[in-house]
Design a protein around this ligand. Structure first.
Ligand code: 6GU
Length: 232
């Protein structure tokens, strides 16, 4: 079974977007996953196919109507157990563990919002995971959906090839990655760390671990705390 993505959006033209140019685009061509968009506009009301309205209680911006979103969901939502994910800055912060969980399932159904958001009552009727990709605000959920897809697709069988780069990486070890170097060994005034040229694989592994730990301690005290907790 191919890993299947559906996206409900006001901007279907944004997909596959930048994914078409990378590993995920190649994997899409190779049918290692599938992508289907659904235009929310088609479910809009009246001559202008309106999908939103002004917020009750006043305030800026527009809110996507729950009834319209519901009609769209009922018409297009998955028949299988794929999660319905609403991308929003007030969602639970996406972690690599979530990406691994999504990638190991059948796929996902993404709802991309715009404006100030969606009428909250949609979450009462439907089981929807509200997910954020970081503590900053985007103008819409589409780039976030693309990013989440990219993170999942690279983990699908056969997508990254036979190398180890998908397993031995940051966030599965709990540490940031150690630094990488390639030829030339001497570039202008800058030399590659001597140990990497030593051929001593044990010493190299220790050095890399130390580098990863130092980087994590300095840059990400939050990750460092939980790493230490997990390695007691
Ligand atoms: Cl998932 N959506 C939007 N609109 N902004 C975000 C986000 C998502 N994650 C961080 N900022």
């Amino acid at each position: 079974m191919t890993w299947q993505v559906d996206v409900l959006t006001l901007f279907p033209e944004m997909f596959p977007g930048f994914l078409g140019y990378s590993l995920a685009g190649r994997a899409l061509e190779d049918q290692r996953w599938s992508l289907k968009t659904h235009a929310l506009r088609e479910f809009g009301l009246g001559r202008h196919k309106a999908v939103d309205d002004t917020p009750f209680g006043g305030g800026a911006g527009m809110v996507i109507r729950a009834d319209i979103l519901d009609t769209a969901l009922e018409a297009t939502k998955p028949e299988d157990d794929r999660p319905i994910i609403y991308l929003s800055p007030k969602g639970r912060l996406l972690q690599q563990a979530d990406v691994v969980r999504y990638a190991s399932g059948q796929g996902a159904y993404f709802i991309c919002g715009r404006y100030e958001g969606v009428d909250e009552r949609i979450f009462q009727k439907h089981t929807i995971e509200e997910v954020s990709i970081g503590d900053y605000v985007l103008s819409g959920g589409e780039p976030a959906a693309l990013i989440l897809m990219d993170a999942c697709v690279r983990l699908l069988p056969g997508v990254m090839g036979s190398d180890q780069s998908g397993v031995e990486e940051s966030f599965s070890s709990g540490l940031l990655e150690y630094p990488h170097y390639t030829k030339p060994a001497q570039w202008d005034d800058y030399a590659v760390p001597e140990i990497l040229l030593s051929g001593n694989h044990g010493a190299i592994a220790s050095w890399r671990k130390e580098q990863a730990e130092n980087a994590t301690r300095q840059r990400r005290p939050d990750l460092w705390e939980s790493y230490q907790g997990n390695h007691k």
